[in-house]
Design a protein around this ligand. Sequence first.
Ligand code: 5AD
Ligand code: SF4
Length: 463
Amino acid sequence: MSVTKKLFVKTYGCQMNVYDSQRMQDVLAPLGYQPVDDAAGADMVILNTCHIREKAAEKVFSDLGRIRKHKKAKEANGTDKMIVAVAGCVAQAEGAELMRREPMVDMVFGPQTYHRLPEMVARANRAIGRDRIIDTDFPAEEKFDHLPQQVSRQGYSAFLAIQEGCDKFCTFCVVPYTRGAEYSRSGMDVVNEARQLVGKGTREITLLGQNVNAYHGEAPNGGEWTLGRLLRELSEIDGLDRIRYTTSHPRDVDDDLIAAHRDLPKLMPFLHLPVQAGSDRVLQAMNRKHDGAFYREIVAKLKDACPDLALSSDFIVGFPGESDKDFEDTMQMVRDITFIQAFSFKYSPRPGTPASAMELQVPEPVKTERIMRLQALLAEQQLEFNRNCLGKEMDVLLERYGKLEGQLVGKSPYMQPVHVSGLPESALGQIVRLKITEALPNSLGGELVDAPVQNRDSERKIA
Ligand code: 5AD
Ligand code: SF4
């Protein structure tokens, strides 16, 4: 192994980027790159970027300003070098422009290329003077085939990418352009990665994909596994106690997946199922391939299969042409379905997407007024759900230290953060049964009611 070098990775955007950043670190570890928490003094800085909305992309350019100063300081002695790389979706969408605008960026690479990072880094390190590298090739299959088979140790709750890209082409969205066509990893690859994670201490896995329930990975004996089938296989892994998946498209919720929610206790009763809008007219202009009635029907089927299922969603307000009446349909959808958590965004025109060229763009103040109303309603529903948890018992996977002395924080089956005090450090990584005694807008507090449940082995029991 070569000398240790400092690698600073900053991740923007979605969970897929969090997973990708981790895998980049795995790819670079054999070259001696060790992760550090600060860009100052680093030998390599990677900004793993997000292009989904304008604000996310702009943040990258402002951060690059700060990094420019660190690079100057590091390279002032004339011998040291700081490689500055921009990765992810901004790199994919605006690579050439980025190189032009930011002369100090050494390397730009897209989401499907980071298995080639060692080559790129070697080239940059070998270069006398500057050798600027840009690699924004597709497709995803090559990447997954060439990533290291070994994954490093993750937290008690870990991400696992099973699918990448999207063929849906919602008219507002850059993902089909930045992440490319839909691609599913083989079933056995996924199961092997999950087994490795569990072997290294992970107890909860969230399967990731831009359109995760479009998953159709190669089955070990020919044919294909759906997401429902894959979930069944993963459920068999001893020591894996909780499974989640995100992000789903309503169109791809099939009977297999609904049955998985009925049959698999390890599959958590919480689902992020973006609807985006409540108006059929807007849904059609968004090319969502479903209307409001279809969404309601899917939710009813899922709740039938798993009565305690709770939902989260994504919403866009102010899509081009959205009228007051259209927006009221979104509000009504929220009242009817009820969401225990949700993300809502003002529509942000993205270059190259069909919606950005649509007429009747909604004025900013109208978007602001609408999003405030929507967020107030969603916050009310979230608080109500949290308050309803008071006095109930919940299994909580303890994952990290809390802000207060002696406090640990975990997640409920419904993804709510739950704080508990007075447990020993050794409780981290355990699933404990807590009685909920406090309900806040974004979190809960609880007390231990019982011995830990679902212990994998006796050493992990709380003393
Ligand atoms: N403007 C606003 N929000 C967007 N999203 C995706 N593209 C845009 C856009 N152009 C939101 C959608 C999606 C989430 C990840 O980001 O709600 O589900
Ligand atoms: Fe984007 Fe999701 Fe639509 Fe695909 S399904 S285009 S990722 S919003």
